[in-house]
Structures are given as structure tokens and as C-alpha cells.
Design a protein. Sequence first.
Length: 307
Amino acid sequence: METIWPLTESRNSVKSLIDRLAYQVKRTPGFCNICGRLTVFKTHVAGFREHVECIRCGSRNRQRQIASVLMAYASARNQQPTDLVDYLGSGPASRRLRRGPTHTRMASVKDLPKDIVVWNTETTRAFHLSLMNHLGQNYISTEFIDPSLSSGEVLNGVMHGDIQSSHFADDSLDFMITGDVFEHIPFPEKAISDSYRILKPGGCHIFTAPFYHHRFTNERRATLQDDGTVEEHMKPWFHDDPMRAEGALVFNIFAPELLCMMEKQGFEVRLLKLHSPLYGIFGQNAIVLVARKISPDLSKRDAVFMN
């Protein structure tokens, strides 16, 4: 008998051993998929998710996780799952998408197709700079500056972006990237609906967010009231935020319920777990979510009678 939920730490003894050794030696050689150079990763902090810094560009573990998935999906963006076997995750298209962090050659952001249109909800750090330099005008970066602004307004050279009600046209983006942003929005259902609206068919929202391994339902820690006040249901938790000294309040911590919400909207949803010492991706919590806009909506296909 084997328990498959709640999720537990990987039983892969090799991966666990690699993580322990990386922490013990403090520095490990590898290839940074953001700056595209041979490098050394700093593995001296046990909490790998927000650390493992590249000594060349300063990119960190979680950014390289997203970059790996972005590269995999960008290389297959014109591939629609052609049958239910692909859709269920065992066909050639699915195998290609799963390869993200284990490319047979050293690939980086510099290898992304230059014709893709990418929205990233971050205007600082190495991943942003690499995407901006490579994609040029096809790259849009924003920050959530102030709720009084409309999405698309520019303040002091920085564009304000609201993923709950964005300024983008319908079917206009290939990829939307949010790195630990989703937990800070009070109405995730609005963001899910708007992301579906603005993504092109086949386009993806690739993101990270705090994700519980032990429960099925999302945890609502705070609620934004109609009068603009915040009702706190639990002890307030703030994350570092370049736009505000006090940090950004966490409204929700997610669980598989989030995947159901996205599938109900019409997305094909995947929960990916990555591990690649070559790319400086370590730890048991390297989870990236992908919501892919599929037309027609494959979630409504009959998996019993294969039609």
C-alpha cells in the first residue's frame, strides 16, 4: 500500500543525496539557463527555493525553474495534443513538455524564439533582464504599483499591471509569467478568468506560488472587503516586495483546489516538479504550475469513451 496524497518528500535517494551533498560543499558547478553561461551555484543556504544564486548573473533557483518550463513550452508552442494519450501525459508531445529542466544540450533564455510575446509581472532581477534583452519589444514587464492605477499606466518609468483586470487585448500573449505573485491577489478567480482571456490559444500561464502538499483546499488568510479594508483570518504574512517597504500581504496559499479552478475555466493544467543540478535546481519544493489555453477545451472530452 502506498500513500500518494499528501505529498511527501521524494523517495528518490539519489536526488536527496545530491541535495545534501550540494549543501555540504556550499558551491556546485553547472550551467545557468538564464544568463547562458557555465557558472557556480551557491548552495550554502538550506532553503534552496529562494536561494542557489548564480555567481555570474545572480539568478536564483525559482527563477531557473520557471525558465526551464518556459523553454520547454516555447519549443512546443505550436504542438497541440492530438489525442487523449498526449492529453493524459504519455504521448510524444507530453514527453517533450516534461523535458524542461533536462534538455540534452545546454539551453538558455537566449534560445527562446524571438517572436513569442511574453508578459512578466516583475521588473527587476536577472530573469527579467535576460528576457528583456533577448525578446525586445515582444517582452512586457510590470509591477503592481498601486490599486488606484489602471493596468497599463506608467509611473516613474514602471508599468502598473493588474493580473485580475489587465490591459491586454484578447488572445494577445503567448506566455504570462508570475513568480510568487498569485498568492498576493485578493481575487484569484478574476486573475484566472483574465489570463484565459488574454492568452492566445495554446498560450500558457507559467507560475510559482506557495502550494500546500498536505490538503486539497486553498487557504484564505485574508479577504479584501468592498470598502477597501482587509479582513485578516490568520496571522498576517508578508513577502518581500520591491514596490513597498512593508512587503506584500499573502491573501491565499494554494492547494489542488487551484488546479480545479483553472480547469473549470478551460485550461489544461499541469503541476510540475523539477530537479536538475546542472541548472542549479535543487530541493524538494521545486514546483511550477502551468495553465495552458487549449481550444477546444480538452477537459470536456470523454476520457471513458475516447471522444
